[in-house]
Design a binder for this molecule. Structure first.
Ligand SMILES: [Zn+2]
Length: 403
């Protein structure tokens, strides 16, 4: 590591970051006997296909399988620093970490918020509470909502649910009776949420379907409502959902708020960011924030930011947690092809401990990439330091209007 790596790391400690995306859980979860098991279950370590369990054997099996996963490494590192524990987190040290987590949250119910404001030092965090779209979790001083639209994709049938188990009818009552009232309600709800502080709209539909949104006619989109009593088919559902996405692009443009779109991973099939190209082309006044580097198809993002520099904003949210190495690869190239005021970052976590891990991961990524750019003679030191504060703070401040 060059000295610039350490200088950048030191410099970034003084920057108050703005995270463009999180799912921070309600206060009640942290107040209610919050322990290491809950923390692990509410983290990406829970996405590794193995359960932590309650016995020494189950924990040993769990850590044996996930101990080298980046998701776990970031969380382990954060726990070691927050709770001042030197040992690695494994089955034989589980109780030490569990005791520390329980004690801190029991003694101070506000500890989870203090971790975000005092330890991580966040200035603003955009909250995607998909269990309560458009709300700020009771902490408007830190959280600004993004309005999550996924549950609307299933609004044509109150019995159906999105991948998080939600239907817009459950959240907003029986106001989606027919096609016209549905779209009137969608728009009203977004406008109302914006008035109450929502700074963006969010779509995470790749967990339910692909990003292959087509330019459907209103006539075609209506069918799923008209045939409700009969039998609508998959094509009718897709047309209705395509129409929602297109309408939301227009609403975002009218309100002049960014439209955050999850790209990559999810169900994997048809989640490539490139699939959004026709919609981006047709909506030059909509500011598309493309999440997660489109991982693993990061090249799609490079192409889109290159061709649409005015309305495509790459956000490496979550990427440093998925794979720090991938984030280094992505940012190394992204800096060369994206304008310096467009790249943002978000933590994308449910708990403060993992959020701090995500922040440390992105700082490491920035220090690695930018110190290399200085060493290679590509960037002036001053420009590299400026890029770090742009990506951690200034770009989000401008794009989401936090001034
Ligand atoms: Zn997320």
């Amino acid at each position: 590591m060059s000295t610039y790596y350490y200088e950048l790391m030191e410099y970034m400690k003084a920057i108050k970051p703005i995270s463009t995306h999180c799912h921070h859980r309600p206060d009640a979860m942290f107040a209610n006997d919050f322990c290491l098991k809950t923390l692990l279950e509410e983290s990406y370590s829970n996405w590794c296909g193995v359960e932590v369990g309650d016995t020494f054997e189950s924990r040993k099996y769990y850590f044996d399988l996930i101990k080298n996963r980046n998701f776990f490494k970031c969380l382990e590192k954060a726990l070691q620093l927050i709770y001042k524990i030197d040992t690695p987190l494994r089955a034989d040290t589980y109780e030490i970490f569990d005791f520390a987590v329980r004690k801190a949250h029991r003694e101070d119910p506000d500890f989870h918020m203090k971790l975000l404001t005092d330890i991580a030092g966040y200035d603003h965090v955009i909250l995607d509470s998909y269990w309560q779209p458009g709300e700020n979790g009771g902490h408007p001083e830190l959280f600004s909502p993004t309005f999550r639209i996924d549950s609307f994709f299933f609004g044509f049938n109150p019995e159906l649910k999105d991948h998080d188990g939600n239907n817009c009818g459950k959240f907003f009552g029986d106001r989606f009776g027919d096609f016209d009232t549905f779209f009137m309600s969608l728009k009203e709800l977004i406008i109302d949420s914006h008035k109450r502080g929502a700074v963006a709209i969010k779509c995470a539909t790749p967990y339910d379907r692909g990003l292959d949104f087509e330019f459907v006619t209103e006539k075609k989109a209506r069918k799923v409502f008209e045939k409700r009593e009969g039998s609508y088919d998959i094509a009718d559902v897709k047309a209705f959902q395509d129409y929602i996405f297109l309408q939301t692009c227009q609403i975002a443009a009218e309100l002049d708020i960014p439209f955050q779109v999850h790209t990559g991973l999810g169900r994997l099939s048809k989640t490539n960011a490139y699939l959004l190209q026709p919609v981006i082309e047709a909506n030059p006044d909509t500011r598309f924030v493309l999440f997660h580097g489109g991982y693993p198809w990061m090249d799609d993002i490079f192409g889109l930011v290159h061709v649409y520099p005015k309305n495509v904003f790459p956000d490496i949210v979550w990427l440093p947690l998925i794979s720090t190495e991938a984030a280094v690869r992505m940012l190394t190239e992204l800096i060369e092809v994206a304008n310096s005021q467009s790249i943002c970052w978000g933590d994308d976590t449910w708990t403060s401990e993992e959020s701090y891990g995500a922040l440390m991961a992105v700082r490491h990524v920035l220090a690695m990439v930018l110190s290399n750019k200085i060493k290679d003679g590509y960037m002036l030191p001053a420009d590299a330091f400026e890029a770090a504060s742009n990506i951690l703070r200034n770009n989000a401040q401008r794009i989401y209007r936090f001034e």
